[in-house]
Ligand binder design. Structure first.
Ligand SMILES: [Fe+2]
Length: 398
């Protein structure tokens, strides 16, 4: 068996009201000066945690200026805020944007280099401050992964920083925090989490241990995403999504994602479209391109999504792709790049940008050439038409 290394938080608390467990953890760890880096819309959810920590004599500073995916400028300001109070603990509280910013602040707290110098794999060399993650969405899995993504708005591109020093010391996964997420955020984050699982399972570096997390995540998200969108307070569905997202996050360190993510990055970087929606726009098209490379693997994905076996593995795999497309539609998300106002003339630049994400393309079960990437983007433009044709023969699943 191929070796795989998993680096995960030393403490992982999962369940209803788990986030308040953060307070005794901070006390136990002798945290004195805590900076909570939160999203502007989710900061209010952190109030009970902050009040309880302050009541125990812990100095807490709230920095809640994360609005949208973090840029280099936002990161620099968050880092400056944490240094001003000489923080010993950074708590990321929010969606993937807040968690990624918090992870980078902790990773670069004692490092004089600009963040651009650590773009890539293994360039963050150490971490002295404690790092805690509390996700409020069920999507990125950032709370358990060694990855953080930053938007370089000057260059209109996204960059990953990957390092074992970006793995949190503790993560508190609480499905209750996601209860009031708007349906569109539930949808986009859920599709992102589903994609982490699918891309880790159908991956050149797939591993039997990671496969179990990936399949569990696909089953949970496939069966519960639409439920949680229709009723955010459906606690069973929220719990399933929290677990599915966590499993997806656990897949990211040891195996990671592939071409869906590589081709989605330019959509976010060049046109400012959120990560989850970018992923949803590319998922069916990349799967369509990929299935031929490993039909039996994609047939297992299809079965985990509830597709009945067809005559051949290839047919089952293709039905799985249609199931993904139907799920994205049932989530109320658009299927075509034109529907988010991306001009078709941007394809060559998108292709050039996607091909630079070699670390993920190398994971993809099918090699992606320049012509392939262009063809997949073309298909993603044409899919408004495809989706109309599909509506008539969708299985009445969602
Ligand atoms: Fe993702």
């Amino acid at each position: 068996m191929r070796k795989v290394t998993c680096q995960q938080p030393a403490r992982l608390v999962v369940g209803s009201d788990a986030f308040m467990e953060c307070v005794p953890y901070l006390e136990e760890a002798h945290a004195r000066r805590v900076v909570v880096i939160a999203g502007s819309t989710t900061a209010r959810l952190a109030a009970p945690l902050i009040d309880a920590a302050r009541a125990r004599g812990i100095d807490v500073t709230l920095w809640s200026e994360i609005a949208g995916e973090p840029t280099i400028d936002v990161f620099d300001r968050a880092l400056a805020a944490a240094r001003t109070v000489d923080a010993d603990t950074i708590v990321g509280f929010g969606g993937g944007s807040a968690l990624d910013a918090a992870k980078l602040v902790a990773g670069l707290f004692d490092d004089a280099r600009p963040v651009r110098d650590v773009f890539g794999i293994g360039r963050v060399g150490r971490r002295r401050v404690r790092l805690v993650c509390v996700p409020t969405t069920a999507g990125t899995g950032s709370e358990v992964s060694p990855n953080a993504i930053l938007l370089d708005d000057g260059a209109r591109s996204k960059h990953a920083v990957i390092s074992p020093f970006l793995v949190a010391d503790a993560a508190f996964v609480d499905p209750v925090l996601a209860r009031d997420l708007p349906p569109d955020v539930t949808a986009t984050t859920g599709i992102d989490a589903l994609t982490h699982c699918i891309e880790a399972f159908a991956n050149r570096h797939a591993h039997p241990m990671v496969d179990e997390w990936a399949l569990a995540g696909i089953r949970l998200i496939g069966a519960n995403l639409v439920r949680a969108i229709r009723d955010g307070h459906d606690s069973e569905a929220r719990e399933a999504l929290a677990l599915g997202s966590l499993y997806g996050g656990l897949c990211l360190g040891p195996v990671n994602t592939a071409a869906v993510h590589a081709l989605a990055y330019p959509i976010g970087g060049m046109f400012g479209i959120g990560h989850g929606l970018s992923i949803a726009l590319m998922l069916p098209h990349v799967l369509e391109f990929n299935v031929v490379a490993d039909p039996s693997r994609y047939a297992i994905v299809a079965a985990a999504l509830g597709v009945e076996p067809r005559r051949t593995a290839f047919e089952t795999a293709r039905a799985g792709v249609e199931r993904c497309r139907a799920l994205i539609q049932a989530c109320g998300l658009p299927l075509g790049l034109a529907s988010v106002n991306i001009p078709k003339t941007a394809i060559p630049q998108m292709v050039a940008s996607a091909l630079t994400v070699k670390r993920l393309l190398d994971n993809n079960p099918r090699s992606v050439t320049e012509a392939d990437a262009a063809a997949v983007y073309e298909a993603a433009f044409d899919s408004d038409l495809t989706s109309l044709a599909l509506e008539s023969n969708l299985e009445n699943k969602y």
